[in-house]
Ligand binder design. Structure first.
Ligand SMILES: *Cc1c(COP(=O)(O)O)cnc(C)c1O
Length: 362
């Protein structure tokens, strides 16, 4: 029997056991090929079938319409911080950013290196405790695009209303909440995500780009950095991240088997509701610092009365097989990251543990 603990780490994420077991059973020899998947040609029939199935599954499970192209790239969401402005740069236009916290800031830093960049909304003074309402975001007439971060993984805030930017392309970093809820795709020009939070293991990066926006992307870039490069060969311009894409496909198979996107959405609300409930019902002993309307369903952050108690909490939680609950080093406290494959039972057990810890220590 293998031992599986509840992994609340912010990324890489926990993955469903059936996907891991399937991969293990197929690892040494894939099909009857006489070799493993990671040894065979990515131009061969067997990998080609996996690659196409992964693309088709993501389109089906996430509900990506034909108006949008799906790309599998490398370099994580971090490379997208640079690739987005490089590809969408237009002379005389400005990149516009909504500054919602740590990840948005990294995008802004890279954009500034590529061209004129303007922050059109920020809650820096409020320490990034809330997301803007849709109506607070006004795109400038000279904007090349407006960039938002749909979920700030470190701060624990999530965007539940997306701005209406009219004819200005809306770009979103969805690394930590992709595939957790249905999306109005028609609103988005480009969505990107490192796969290792909600989609699979690290290595693959997903870019979903509207075809008319893709058409206008720059062509004067080194080959890999141009989005257009990756279209004709369906993201096989060079060697793709074979194993990461295969694992993502197995994860998508699992999502489909348990009820698809709707079920992921339901589970996310349920898990988050349980942990926020444990915080709210503690009489102020546990405190969630973020604005109620912006509370992330993916990353729940909270504090205890003192840092000493936080340290004790994390120590005891670790011994009780709850892993990865330490808040990001930049903000401290505790954080429970609950991506698609986190069972509701994990949240229930953690809430129980939180109630017990409070009883013993207050
Ligand atoms: C994790 C994360 C990133 C960075 O992703 P990498 O794939 O590691 O580059 C960017 N944005 C958000 C919102 C994230 O959560």
């Amino acid at each position: 029997m293998v031992k599986r603990i509840f992994n609340f780490a912010a990324g890489p994420c926990t993955l469903p056991l059936p996907a891991l077991e399937k991969a293990a059973s197929e690892f040494v020899e894939y099909g009857s090929s006489g070799m493993s998947l990671i040894e065979m040609s990515h131009r061969g029939k067997q990998y080609d079938a996996i690659h196409n199935a992964a693309l088709a599954s993501l389109r089906e499970v996430f509900g990506v319409p034909d108006t949008h192209e799906i790309l599998f790239l490398q370099g994580g969401a971090t490379l997208q911080f640079g690739m987005v402005p490089m590809n969408m740069k237009v002379e005389g236009k400005t990149f516009e950013y909504v500054n919602t916290g740590a990840w948005a800031k990294k995008g802004i830093l890279d954009a500034k290196k590529i061209g004129p960049t303007r922050v059109i909304w920020t809650d820096e003074a409020g320490k990034f405790m809330r997301m803007p309402k849709a109506a607070e975001i006004k795109a400038g007439a000279d904007a090349a695009y407006v960039h938002v971060t749909s979920n700030e993984t470190i701060g624990g805030i999530e965007m539940f209303e997306f701005p209406d930017t009219g004819s200005i392309p809306l770009v979103a970093d969805m690394s930590s909440d992709i595939l957790s809820r249905p999306l109005p795709f028609e609103r988005f020009a480009l969505i990107y995500a490192g796969a290792q939070k909600n989609l699979g293991p690290a290595g693959n990066t997903v870019v979903i780009i509207r075809k008319d926006v893709l058409e206008k992307c720059r062509e004067d870039l080194p080959a890999y950095l141009g989005y257009k490069t990756h279209v004709p060969d369906k993201s096989m311009y060079n060697t793709p991240t074979v194993f990461a894409i295969y694992m993502m496909k197995l994860n998508l198979d699992w999502v489909k088997s348990v009820g698809g996107l709707k079920e992921m959405d339901k589970r996310a609300s349920k898990r988050a509701g349980i942990i926020y409930g444990a915080i709210d019902n503690s009489g102020g002993w546990y405190r969630c610092p973020v604005d109620k309307a912006s509370r992330s369903r993916m990353n729940v952050v909270w504090r205890l009365p003192t840092e000493e108690l936080e340290e004790k909490f994390l120590g005891e939680a670790g011994k009780a097989d709850f892993s990865g609950l330490k808040g990001h080093r930049s903000v401290g406290g505790c954080r429970a990251s609950m991506y698609n494959a986190m069972p509701v039972e994990g949240a229930e057990k953690l809430a129980e543990f939180m109630a017990g810890f409070k009883k013993r220590n207050s």
